[in-house]
Design a protein around this ligand. Sequence first.
Ligand code: GLN
Length: 245
Amino acid sequence: MLLKVCHLYPDLLNLYGDRGNVMAFVRRCRWRGIGVEVVAVDLGDEVDFREMDFLFLGGGSDREQGLMARDLVRRRECLREAIEDGLVVLAICGGYQLLGRYYRSADGRTIPGLDLLDFYTEAGASRLIGNVAVEVVIEGERVKVTGFENHAGRTYLGRIAPFGRVLAGHGNNGRDGTEGARYKNVFCSYLHGPLLPKNPRLTDHLISLALRRRGLPAELTPLDDGLEAAASEVMLRRLLGPGKA
Ligand code: GLN
């Protein structure tokens, strides 16, 4: 079995170690004997998302978002079909914003998004920065996820579920307690960190979803996540107080 991972714009979109998300997905597959191939796709490259099993789109500054938005537009239909077909997608911060309707930067410039998901983003006067704890439901179970956010954009969701509920930090807009967005097998979040190395339960969920979509057994061999669990506990204690991890 071989899973195909597409890393979209690896050089443009790689804030705060976002590429670690691809590394975590790949490593946790290979440690279990699941073969993975990573395809890096840059501006102008051709790719058929329907053939992929996991698509990763990282964060980037407003300037980088402008550059990639133009290239992304021509890929819209192919990506829409793949998403409807259950492609597993993780989009972080700047990548997240461009799957929605638009991103309006602080200087009033509007970068049109792909309008694949029902939300929009407008930059505020201040940046929302810091460590975040979010409660996410994974296969019916409440899981606390941690990460780091740094964005000017305030995202407002329309008819789409959030990725999770903010326990500490700002999340989508600092007001409504939502963090990220979720549709079918698409997971969007403001959480850098990077997100997947810090939250192995989420990583394994994405791997299982990708395997299930291919009709492969999605039961994963447990790995030793002792270090990740200890790191998460320290952060949750810091953010939520003792006894809340
Ligand atoms: N330019 C966007 C913002 O500040 C995205 C930043 C990011 O990806 N960290 O909201």
